[in-house]
Design a protein around this ligand. Structure first.
Ligand code: NDP
Ligand code: MG
Length: 402
């Protein structure tokens, strides 16, 4: 069978909820983190918040902590420590600071599930620590699997830890696979909205500024993933994420542009039958699904109405214009440390673009040059991934002159 450890198992009868699931939100002040708290606020009978973490947004972290009463919070930016400590100690909340504190919190016993919602490579170590600690993972941080997917999934199997995707495409695939554990996947079809510049050509893209690129037509997201969506790198990262999550081969993954974002992705089985998961684009749905799995819980989110906007269209991606998707596809087929290098270079490229240091199309050049420069390692260990990330980051930064 060609299926991965996070393949959903078939469900039995509906089970009563035994006790509230204790959630640790890593990256609680971000787009995913705040939406997860909205879901938890609506379902206080099902979920309780145990850990919250932020990088530097101390005001929001304090506000969230007073509202949701976690036992531990982490503020990564140590300059914010005193302000968070002074605000939360009177509430009996443990306050930790610094990068290592993320791992310390992930190693805590007192939670059931980590919502991995930190952005970028920074999410990898705490997520690995949570898996090693035997905690279920609701995974939004796709970079974790892009960088070290083989090692992350092996550890999850060894620790018998479920990794439930939050990324909407992967949640869709996961949902299509419920009840299909015995059946072989022929291919997965990842849908892409095409981003805000669908149909545009390089002569238009060359002048794009960050204000345009941050405006996504269908989803409201954090800055990094919004830029990744505009360049189609996001879809490239998602291909690599899918490869590891569902234990499939690169050639089993196809990307199709579907601008309406109603079909969130599809699975084609070996009899040619295709299952799709559909709904209005709202990240709260996959977040809620991952946190409540295997249950579905009711909500009052708006519903898709087939009698209103029933035109669903599909087209192949334009990888000649959006070359990031071609680079990511290459990296996926090459394997080894190539996706880790791609990811690091992309993080620096997006950083540079958001600070007006490079143009929209120059992001791709920077990634391509970095990939050509960093030594290829066919069978990397975890340390090799960390070193490849650092080497790629350093080299890419020299290209940006930072
Ligand atoms: P945001 O930028 O909105 O939020 C990121 C969160 O991570 C914030 O809490 C931020 O803290 C924290 N953070 C940032 N940098 C660091 C760091 N170096 N160390 C520790 N914490 C850090 O991102 P999103 O919520 O949009 O995305 C989170 C992840 O989910 C990404 O991997 C993204 O690809 C994925 N995802 C997001 C979707 C979306 O709709 N937003 C959809 C699918 C996947 P602070 O606020 O203090 O900076
Ligand atoms: Mg997605």
């Amino acid at each position: 069978m060609n299926q991965g450890p996070s393949q959903p198992s078939s469900q039995g009868a509906i089970r009563p909820v035994e006790r509230r699931k204790r959630i640790a939100i890593f990256g609680s002040t971000g787009s995913i983190g705040t939406q997860a708290l909205d879901v938890i606020r609506e379902h206080p009978d099902r979920f309780e918040v145990c850990i919250l973490t932020a990088h530097s947004n101390h005001d929001l972290l304090i506000e969230q902590s007073i509202r949701f009463k976690p036992h531990t919070v982490v503020i990564v930016d140590e300059r914010r420590y005193e302000s968070v400590r002074d605000a939360l100690m009177p509430h009996g909340i443990r306050v930790l600071a610094g990068v290592e504190a993320l791992e310390e919190a992930a190693a805590d016993d007192e939670y059931d599930m980590m919502l991995a919602a930190i952005v970028g490579f920074a999410g990898l170590k705490p997520t690995l620590r949570a898996i090693d600690n035997g905690k279920s993972i609701a995974l939004a941080n796709k970079e974790t699997l892009v960088v070290a997917g083989d090692i992350v999934m092996q550890l999850a199997v060894a620790r018998q830890v479920p990794i439930i995707p939050v990324d909407s495409e992967h949640s869709a695939i996961f949902q299509c696979l419920v009840g299909e554990t015995r059946n072989r996947i022929e291919k997965v079809i990842l849908t892409a909205s095409g981003g805000p510049f669908l149909g545009r050509k390089p002569n238009y893209l060359v002048n794009i500024r960050k204000e345009h690129a941050l405006r996504h037509p269908n989803w409201s997201m954090g800055a990094k993933i919004s830029i990744d969506s505009a360049t189609l790198m996001n879809k490239g990262l998602e291909m690599i994420e899918a490869r590891w999550l569902f234990n499939i081969k690169p050639e089993q993954i196809q990307v199709v542009v579907h601008p309406q974002s109603i079909i969130h992705s599809m699975v084609q089985f070996e009899d040619g039958s295709i299952k799709a998961q559909m709904g209005l684009p709202d990240m709260k749905l996959p977040i809620q699904y991952a946190m409540a799995y295997p249950d579905r819980i009711s909500n009052d989110f708006p519903r898709y109405d087939f009698t209103k906007s029933a035109t669903l269209t599909f087209e192949p991606p334009d990888t000649k214009t959006f070359r990031n998707l071609a680079l990511a596809t290459d990296a996926m087929f090459r394997g080894g440390n190539a996706p880790a290098v791609l990811n690091a270079a992309n993080e620096i490229a997006v950083y540079g673009f958001l600070r007006n240091k490079i143009g929209f199309l120059e992001m791709t050049d920077l990634i391509e040059k970095t990939m050509a420069r960093i030594e290829f390692i066919p069978r990397p260990g975890l340390q090799d991934y960390f070193e490849s990330d650092a080497a790629a980051r350093n080299f890419a930064a020299t290209l940006l002159d930072i």
